[in-house]
Design a protein around this ligand. Structure first.
Ligand SMILES: Cc1cc2nc3c(=O)[nH]c(=O)nc-3n(C[C@H](O)[C@H](O)[C@H](O)COP(=O)(O)O)c2cc1C
Length: 328
């Protein structure tokens, strides 16, 4: 089993349609240390689809994990190999997504009840690549929601070669709830994840679900090795600005929103020149002024059509000027 040298105190969750390379770049401006994840990429999409689009990233994004969705050990291993060759630092297997599409493909959360297959997948990937193989899962599915069920899952899959688990601390209901409801309705049970860490102290355990403040994250680190943040990082990204200081004892000066925006602008202009649509970049920074007095104006400027007379650089300068004049 390869040694796992990634510092996992904080990670930003994989989120479909959100954690593309532009959002990850933005996250990296907020924290130099957080582990970043791609959206879930299915093995079929990676093997047969537009590989460059799925895998492209900026070097600044390291440490960077790819999340794979699938259930065929050979295909997963092939994808892991491709990702490793492209420079990814970790391969993560999705055992938590409850969507109908994913269930129809018989992967994601429903695999929790097939530990043998998950073990085969982990084993095959782990014997193909040198980078760490991790699993993101739930505390249970449907009626299979006892502590013993989770314990057996973690035990079996760890024996197969996975020493890092990211556990979304709520179960998934595989029928009757949408993926969104499955992130809200089943109750969170942090104690269960803490207990897994107590029982398997040599495993690296990251807890996920419902964290919105750094203080909560810091106190979770008394129980587990890492905390993964999803929605809050998207909706209120500036909550992360002190993450490096509070979680990693990194004394780099704290940045202002305007400084972050300025850096993102430079990146955006470069990306637009290489063919990306401006909205595909600016959509990720809409939450930056969340809770501030200028937030509405800022959001409106980013959502409205771009004035025809402005090029991308001028437009982004205008957005920055508008918030710079707003007391925050
Ligand atoms: C829009 C959206 C898309 C998501 N896509 C994925 C995904 O591709 N893979 C995955 O493992 N989890 C996915 N999730 C779940 C998150 O990774 C995370 O487990 C969940 O949101 C709970 O964490 P949070 O309360 O910090 O948001 C998604 C969540 C959201 C909101």
């Amino acid at each position: 089993m390869p040694t796992n040298q990634i510092d996992r105190r904080l990670s930003i969750a994989p989120m479909m349609d959100h954690t593309d390379k532009h959002f990850r770049y933005f996250m990296r401006l907020l924290s130099k240390h957080a582990v970043l994840y791609t959206e879930m990429i299915t093995t079929g999409a990676l093997i047969h689809g537009d590989r460059k689009r799925f895998l492209e990233f900026n070097q600044i994004e390291h440490p960077l994990a790819i999340q794979l969705g699938g259930n065929n050990p050979a295909n997963l291993a092939e994808c892991a190999h491709i990702a490793e060759s492209e420079g990814y630092d970790e391969v993560n297997l999705n055992i938590g997504c409850p969507s109908d599409r994913v269930q129809n493909g018989q992967f994601g959360a429903c695999l929790m009840s097939n530990t043998e297959l998950v073990s085969d997948c982990v084993n095959k990937i782990q014997s193909t690549v040198k980078i760490p193989v991790t699993v993101k899962t739930r505390i249970g599915i449907d009626e299979q929601d006892s502590y013993e069920f989770l314990e057996k899952f973690v035990n079996t899959v760890s024996v197969a070669g996975c020493n890092t688990f990211i556990i979304h601390a709520r179960k998934a209901l595989l029928s009757g709830l949408s993926p969104k409801q499955n992130r809200e309705i089943p109750p969170l049970n942090y104690e269960r994840v803490h207990k897994i860490k107590q029982q398997f102290p040599s495993l690296n355990i990251t807890i996920n679900g419902g964290f919105t403040e750094l203080a909560q994250i810091k106190s979770q680190l008394e129980h587990v090795d890492g905390v993964m943040v999803g929605r809050a990082a998207y909706q209120n990204p500036f909550m992360l600005v002190q993450a490096d200081k509070l979680l990693y004892e990194d004394d780099s000066p704290l940045q202002t929103r305007e400084e972050i925006l300025g850096k993102f602008k430079n990146y955006a202009v470069e990306q637009i020149e290489s063919g990306f649509n401006i909205k595909s970049l600016t959509r990720h920074i809409i939450g930056l002024y969340q809770g501030q007095s200028g937030a509405r104006k800022y959001r409106r400027m980013l959502s409205d059509a771009i004035p025809k007379e402005l090029n991308a650089c001028q437009y982004l300068d205008k957005v920055i000027q508008s918030v710079s004049r707003t007391p925050t």
